[in-house]
Design a protein. Structure first.
Length: 309
């Protein structure tokens, strides 16, 4: 069977999550070889699953990664008042925890003695003597913690923290295009192997090029521009995609959480797909439950449900 990514006959086709499992995806295909799966997971999927906005959503929904841990979108920051560095992590429940990085200030007095101000996190309380011995040795002061005069002040730090956030605005789009391409093969079948636009998308996914010249647009989700999505207003964080014809084009719409979305032209040869059927899928990223149907049947179902509610 041919891998849809490298188009080679492969025996080691592996389990491929169309929507990455790190974001709660449960639609699985078996038409991507293990080599492509591994390479594209690191070089393409990574830019979506580890995007700051996606990690933030995963943290809120408590969706763990393959390691079983819930990601923290906050890696570190600086205390606004003192400029001390803080490392931020999350626990098994996704709660953000702060750790105050050790900081040292040394001043020489007029009598050639030294004053050292050392600040430690409360977590390091039992380690302070050993940590101070290392600091004193590094400073060349020839004394140990037990030998110096010291004043210990304990307290809780309740100061604002400045956090720098870097938002990728380009690379995540390729990961979404990969989802689009796999959905096209899932819904359109083997005929999509020979589609010129499909081939263009495949080469783009496999390339090192992140410039986007594929017909369509992917970006930040803006609900106010998409009134049809009001039908699913009780499922705002679900992943969703649907495919339909528009003239000679086959178009897919895709939404990841309520973070990213876009529309992409899959083909401009709609007449070549004689068994074409408009499709729909939504996935609850927390439970993994997915719903698949004809898009028009789904619209009718949602309208009836909303009328009842």
């Amino acid at each position: 069977m041919k891998c849809i990514m490298c188009k080679r006959d492969k025996e080691n086709l592996s389990e491929e999550h169309v929507f990455p499992d790190a974001i709660g995806g449960t639609l699985v295909l078996f038409n991507v070889c293990k080599d492509c799966n591994d390479i594209l997971g690191h070089s393409v999927d990574h830019h979506l699953t580890n995007h700051w906005l996606i990690q933030y959503q995963r943290s809120l929904l408590k969706i763990p990664g393959k390691s079983g841990t819930i990601p923290s979108p906050f890696k570190g920051g600086v205390i606004k008042k003192t400029e001390q560095k803080v490392r931020l992590t999350s626990d098994d429940e996704g709660r953000v925890k702060g750790y105050l990085m050790p900081s040292i200030k040394k001043e020489k007095n007029s009598d050639n003695t030294f004053e050292i101000e050392a600040v430690f996190d409360k977590q390091d309380k039992e380690k302070i003597p050993k940590m101070m011995d290392k600091i004193l040795k590094r400073q060349g002061l020839g004394a140990t913690y037990s030998e110096i005069d010291k004043k210990i002040i304990e307290g809780n730090l309740l100061e604002p923290i400045n956090i720098n956030i870097e938002l990728d605005q380009v690379k995540y789009k390729k990961a979404i295009m990969k989802i689009v391409y796999e959905l096209a093969h899932y819904w359109l079948g083997e005929n999509y192997f020979n589609d010129p636009i499909g081939e263009k998308i495949r080469k783009y996914i496999k390339s090192n090029d992140f410039s986007d010249d594929i017909a369509g647009s992917i970006g930040l989700f803006r609900k106010e521009e998409k009134k049809l999505l009001n039908l699913w207003e009780d499922e705002p964080l679900y992943h969703m995609a649907f495919m339909q014809k528009s003239g000679k084009n086959i178009i897919i719409y895709i939404k990841i959480f309520n973070v990213f979305d876009g529309s992409v032209i899959l083909s401009n040869n709609a007449d070549c797909y004689h068994d074409f059927e408009p499709k729909f899928i939504s996935i609850n990223p927390v439970t993994g439950i997915k719903r698949e149907s004809n898009i028009y049947e789904e619209i009718v179902r949602r309208r009836k449900k909303n009328e009842r509610d």
